[in-house]
Ligand binder design. Structure first.
Ligand code: IMP
Length: 180
């Protein structure tokens, strides 16, 4: 019998990024459109783990964020709220005159197995761009330039699909599911 995997998220971009990787591996992925209660935690792992405990077997969630070195990891676990309030313009304003542009995206997948929650974490390092550039992707993609590249994720979505934090965490999940 074919197993059923379900991604619980309200974000269609996240779902499509994950679905593509599942399809490449010959697995089907169902989209459950919805949100889950998020506790106020210090790390993405804490937030994702707490939420995944309430899920049924075969369902996973993904919590992600942008962590800027010069801002001591801000917006981090507050990424969603900060994007909604000050947005990419606000982040660039906070970074005005700041030389160290280093940042990372983190993606934490929490998969509810039969007896436990499994956590998979993907990270991609890069730099905050001096301006908002590109229209592909979503969220902070227009201000994030991955390490070793010159264009933002929103300008070069093909690169995002190869090396992003989410590609890494979802691939780890798929490897785990295939080995089960
Ligand atoms: P959450 O995991 O849905 O709470 O997302 C946290 C915030 O980070 C949201 O505002 C997202 O738009 C943003 N975000 C998450 N993943 C990405 C990404 O791959 N690119 C750009 N922004 C992202």
């Amino acid at each position: 019998m074919r197993r059923r995997y379900v991604f619980l998220t309200s974000n269609g971009h996240k779902f499509r990024e994950a679905e593509e990787l599942f399809i490449e591996e010959g697995l089907a992925l169902e989209w459950r459109r919805g949100s889950y209660p998020e506790i106020q935690g210090d790390t993405l792992e804490e937030v994702a783990m707490a939420a995944a405990k309430a899920l049924e077997e075969g369902v996973f969630i993904e919590d992600s964020g942008l962590f800027i070195d010069a801002l001591k990891g801000f917006p981090g676990v507050y990424s969603s709220y900060i994007l909604k309030t000050i947005g990419n313009e606000g982040i660039l304003r906070l970074m005005e005159g700041v030389e160290d542009r280093g940042a990372r995206f983190e993606s934490v997948v929490a998969y509810r197995g039969r007896d436990e929650v499994k956590i998979f974490k993907g990270v991609v390092r890069g730099n905050i761009s001096p301006s908002i550039r590109g229209s592909a992707g979503f969220g902070y993609d227009p201000i994030f330039i991955p390490e070793g590249h010159a264009r933002t994720f929103a300008e070069d979505y093909a690169i995002k699909k190869k090396i992003s934090h989410r590609v890494k965490s979802i691939k780890m999940l798929i490897r785990y599911l295939k080995e089960m």
